[in-house]
Design a protein around this ligand. Sequence first.
Ligand code: NAD
Length: 261
Amino acid sequence: MSLKSRNAVITGSTSGIGLAYARALAAEGVNICINGFGDAGAIEAERAGIEMEFGVTCIYNGADMTKGDQIAAMVKDAETRLGSVDILINNAGVQFVSPIEDFPVEKWDQIIAINLTSAFHAMRAAVPGMKARKWGRIINTASAHSLVASPFKAAYVSAKHGVMGLTKTVALEVAAFGVTVNSISPGYVWTPLVANQIPDTMKARNLTREQVINDVLLAAQPTKQFVTVEQVAACAVYLCSDGAANITGTNISMDGGWTAA
Ligand code: NAD
């Protein structure tokens, strides 16, 4: 069975990996609800571009992933305007790099809210429809930091470890209803999230830009290459396929071998 005419909500899809998920699923004929922040004109151009290029319906909902009521309303909005939410990708995420003793409390709260709690709210809202229709795919963008830690990333590493616990728990709850729940854990993917943390890492570790890229970021990845957003999106398309119907409650690492070490 193809994915044509399925409907997907993808959080944090105005940029980076989320946008790649949206485009890859749209290429399979999936209607899309994109979400995230950014310039209104640029978001509208992406939304209209996806409709035109792939011949699907693409809507935008600007729900703030720190607000549970807005997340639930976004799922309802997609169910109303698209007809259902068959695929949910919890992807919105932010990063902040600081030694624990200086870590701003509001940054901890924000990262836990966006990177972990938002997935709880979105699943809570989307699971009833998936169970009723006996089909669903939930994919959480976790990270190599769901498995291993790096210094100065207390909130991010904690949130991503939490995402894996949430993935496994909900997978068990919905396993008998044709709904799978998995995480994809990329290593370093070249996106604005990675580019934006270079200055802070330079400061925290007293390094040059080149040293951060080669000795900190790619030092962890034995392939010595950044993962591409298209590779992550291709994995999500596979997890949505019938061939992946018995893959649930697990984590797929795409980290160039990082967590094998
Ligand atoms: P990105 O900065 O390019 O995109 C993040 C998206 O989240 C954007 O669309 C942004 O608008 C949205 N967002 C941020 N705060 C939001 C909020 N409060 N409400 C709604 N949307 C919000 O980042 P990315 O690299 O594409 O990251 C996507 C996901 O992949 C994140 O969960 C990140 O932790 C994870 N990840 C990234 C990498 C990497 O190397 N880039 C590696 C592993 C995991």
